[in-house]
Design a binder for this molecule. Structure first.
Ligand code: 0A1
Ligand code: ZN
Length: 883
């Protein structure tokens, strides 16, 4: 395990590497506990490096077996080797070869970084700094090399041998059961994109003809017997390949594209060149085992990793500070893909929900950092929602500002100019500055400034002059280490509607003509005032349409305006936003009343609006399902911003839910019946929308009439033809409680005991039951034979779900939730620091809690940082969380 270093890595300290590695030949002899790796590197001095500098290669827990320079074995006095560094002070300037033999133990590698075992397979994970756990190397993204990989293994144990690039050669080794395969990747790449896999795996094959007519052999490797469950992923892969050609002109470049699904994986998936390795959660699906959400997730992650081939692999990052260069851009591309494959408005709503759920709290708390951070202690902790999701929002904003066509031209310049290089955010932006002729220096602030800007608006109507004056202001609050915030450029998409829902033409002397014609004004300073003319009556303002910038908009319009917006705004995102704002207002009114001991106020206007949505749901069930869903307790905590008491928020939310359920009972029952599944299950957006609406209807029935809801849920649970419906039934039963719930959990377990991905759902759902007994249930589940502290998916399913999605239990006033989390974090930390640190990040918003809970968390964090032997990852999160 790497131990904390007190030396931070800073963006301003970037220096080119002192050496370049043109080619790498790797020779692996796979063995469960003693794999031998021979790496032959062709090196030369980098003209941009420090002249005469020693060659210092990175390592991590490595055992050096032997070392040769230009074929000559080196004696121990000629180099210095420690587990985490290999130093050679005297090396030639011109090209020379270094042959390094190391020995690694894949079975003991519980960190799942480097070469490790997942089930009976060997696999690797090298991003960000895992390659140095395989061999000594210049393990940094700006050192690009051509790789040849030879793998040798026992054929009975590992009939399948894969690495990056194209297959070159394979055969048996005489005199035994061993065989080998050689792969060559002609595209220079950084070490973090290296991968190999060896194992006994089933495979699904297909092929794809690229836009220039080249045939690519596609394969997805999975556990034997699960091949049929990879069909949807294969279909998503082919659609992704076609989409990238059509939308970005990007063609695939190797003869093969391989995907391997493994069950032990720290993250979602990894874009290794030509050999993507996936968490099996994002590959395997069947109607009986996967929900609509799982299918959508598979489609998105398959696309994401495939799109990295151009945005990440062909053009990679100069250093890890530029992570958003590949991640933000690739998330933007996968979001666009999903929008094209499914419903664009529903996709946008779910993107924004995701952003607000994790990124906004991150940006408002002690772990806040810019999309491009300027300092880190542990890079693994920067695979964050800020880098990914906010990073994607920045690319989207850029497109909004310069227009889709100019954006595409900028992308073409980017691909053309930076192909084969390790680039920076500045390189990226320069392409769009050139394409648009705009100065993007203020836009660049979005990359360096942390925190979510607050956009506030104020409107004043003058009935005599028939003018409407809109004042927009922005402010970004200080974040750790950044007190002085400058105004950023905010594209504000807007429209004005008359009271009867007519969209008004925008006329104003305070805006440029193209701002008015596009309905997009730019706020570049702290404040901007716009007076609109020819406004016949007080207008309804639709602001930040389509969520045109990642900001918090304050205040929400008056309720009467929100109700109108929900009825007639032609921007679906803002219709959904209006429903959310109404719900938030209704819940917070209940919170206030509860705090004052007053009777709960009702929200008849909101309820009436929901009735209209429910009755008219047939037009777009997926949208209606989103608009009918109440904000979660996490949403409430974020919106409250301070003095958060999840118990009070949960009670108010449940109160409003009961009010809605009571009022809409008949409509909900009717919708539940109307949206019953017809025909065979299809994982498409239309079917998913109907099922989502039906799940919302079931929840409303249960809210208004628990008995009826329970009966319907039991029936659905028994007869469901797919996992989506079965899980919505179980979710309803979980909330209702009682014997029916326990019986359903038991029968679910019996039915799916052999299916790890389904069991994850079983663990998760139990962990999120919002009642005090859940903490004990979770503790008990930790002794369940199917629980495991070593499988990241299982750990996230139980502990991650508890800490992130069960706020009332996790934040219980007796501290039991915090005890549970910290116990697990400390237990997991020595084995898998990345996963431990990520679990601990669930405390990202602790400073917004009310004082008693805050004190409990602070004590826990102080206790953690005082521990000796903590990993760099966990120490970094705990230390920053206390900032
Ligand atoms: N680049 C991958 C995510 C990833 C990052 C780190 C990993 O190990 C520490 C693994 C995967 C992606 O964006 O999909
Ligand atoms: Zn990615």
């Amino acid at each position: 395990m790497r131990h904390p270093s007190n030396v931070p890595v800073r963006l301003t300290d970037y220096r080119p590497a002192d050496f370049l590695i043109d080619s790498v030949a790797l020779d692996f002899r796979l063995d469960r506990t003693a794999t031998r790796v021979v790496a032959t590197l062709t090196l030369r001095r980098n003209p941009k490096g420090v002249p005469g500098a020693a060659l210092v290669l990175d390592g991590d827990e490595l055992t050096l077996v032997s070392l040769k320079l230009d074929g000559r074995a080196l004696g121990p006095q000629e180099y210095e080797a420690t587990p985490d560094r290999l130093t050679l002070s005297a090396v030639p300037d011109g090209p020379f070869t270094l042959e390094i033999e190391t020995r690694v133990d894949p079975t003991a590698n519980t960190q799942l970084s480097g070469l490790y075992r997942s089930g009976s397979a060997y696999c690797t994970q090298c991003e960000a700094e895992g390659f140095r756990r395989i061999t000594y190397f210049l393990d940094r993204p700006d050192v690009l090399s051509v790789y040849t990989t030879r793998i040798e293994a026992d054929e009975r144990e590992a009939p399948v041998l894969l690495a990056n690039g194209n297959p070159v050669e394979a055969g048996k080794i005489a005199g035994g059961s061993r065989h080998y395969a050689v792969w060559r990747d002609p595209f220079p790449k950084p070490s973090y994109l290296f991968a190999l896999v060896g194992g006994d795996l089933g495979v699904v094959r297909d092929s794809f003809t690229t836009m220039s007519g080249r045939e690519v052999a596609l394969a997805i490797y999975v556990e034997h017997g699960k091949e049929a469950r990879a069909e949807y992923a294969m279909d998503a892969l082919k659609r992704s390949m076609r989409w990238d050609e059509e939308k970005f002109g990007r063609e695939y470049d190797l003869d093969v594209f391989n995907i391997v699904a493994v069950s032990d994986f720290n993250m979602g998936a990894m874009e290794n060149k030509g050999l993507n390795v996936f968490n099996d959660k994002y590959v395997l699906a069947s109607p009986e085992t996967a929900t609509d959400g799982d299918y959508a997730g598979i489609e998105a992650v398959i696309a994401h990793e495939y799109f990295h081939n151009w945005t990440g692999n062909r053009i990679t990052c100069r250093d890890w500070f530029q992570l958003c260069l590949k991640e933000g851009l690739t998330v933007f591309r996968d979001h666009e893909f999903s929008a094209d494959m499914r419903s664009r408005p529903v996709q946008r709503i779910s993107e924004v929900r995701g952003l607000r759920l994790v990124q906004f709290p991150e940006d408002a708390g002690p772990l806040a950092h810019p999309v491009r951070p300027s300092v880190y202690h542990e890079i693994n902790n920067f695979y964050t929602s800020t880098v990914y999701e906010k990073g994607s929002e920045l690319v989207r904003m850029l497109r909004t500002l310069i227009g889709a066509e100019t954006f595409r031209r900028g992308m073409d310049i980017y691909f053309e100019r930076f192909d084969g290089t390790a680039a920076t955010v500045e390189d990226f932006l320069s392409c769009f500055a050139e394409a648009s002729g705009r100065d993007l220096s203020q836009f660049a602030l979005w990359y360096s400034q942390a925190g979510t800007p607050v956009l506030s608006s104020e409107g004043a109507y003058d009935p005599d002059a028939k003018t409407f004056t809109l004042t927009l202001k922005q402010e970004t609050r200080p974040t750790p280490g950044q007190t002085d915030k400058k105004p950023v450029v905010i594209p504000v998409a807007l429209a004005l509607f008359s009271e009867n829902g007519q969209k008004l033409d925008l006329a104003s002397r305070d805006a440029r003509p193209e701002e008015l014609s596009r309905g997009l004004v730019e706020l570049t300073g702290a404040e901007r005032r716009l007076t609109f003319e020819n406004v016949p009556s007080r207008p309804i303002v639709s602001l930040l349409r389509g969520f045109s910038a990642p900001v918090r908009l304050e205040p929400a319009p008056a309720s009467a305006d929100l109700e109108r917006q929900l009825a007639f705004d032609d921007d679906p995102f803002n219709r959904w936003q209006a429903a959310q704002s109404l719900a938030l207002r209704a819940i917070f009114a209940r919170v206030d009343a509860a705090r004052q001991g007053a009777a709960a106020p009702e929200a008849p206007g909101y309820v009436a609006a929901l009735r209209t949505l429910l009755v008219g749901a047939d037009a777009d069930p997926a949208f209606a399902a989103q608009a009918l869903s109440l904000p979660s307790v996490i949403d409430l905590a974020r919106e409250a911003g301070s003095d958060v008491d999840p118990d009070v928020h949960h009670a108010a939310r449940m109160g409003l839910r009961a009010e809605i359920g009571g009022a809409l009972r008949a409509d909900a029952e009717a919708a539940y019946a109307r949206f019953a599944d017809k025909g065979p299950y299809r994982p498409d957006a239309a079917g998913a929308g109907r099922r989502a609406l039906r799940a919302v209807a079931l929840d409303l029935v249960a809210a208004g009439d628990p008995q009826k809801g329970g009966a319907l849920a039991q029936e659905l649970f028994r007869n469901a033809g797919n996992m989506t419906d079965r899980l919505s039934a179980l979710t309803t039963l979980a909330l209702l409680g009682g014997d029916a719930r326990e019986a359903a959990f038991e029968s679910f377990y019996k039915q799916f005991a052999d299916d790890p991905l389904v069991l994850d759902k079983w663990f998760s759902l139990q962990a999120t039951i919002p009642e005090p007994a859940t903490t004990q249930r979770v503790i008990k589940l930790m002794s369940h034979p199917d629980f495991s502290l070593t499988n990241p998916n299982r750990l996230r399913a139980l502990i991650g779900a508890f800490a992130n999605a069960n706020l009332t239990c996790f934040h219980a006033l007796d501290g039991s939730g915090y005890d549970l989390l910290t116990r697990v974090v400390l237990d997991v930390d020595p084995r898998n620091p990345q996963v431990a640190a990520r679990l601990l990040s669930s405390l990202r918003a602790w400073r917004t809690l009310e004082a008693r809970r805050r004190a409990l968390v602070e004590a826990k964090l102080r206790d953690i940082v005082a521990r000796e032997g903590l990993s760099a990852d966990t120490r970094d999160i705990a230390t920053r969380a206390l900032a």
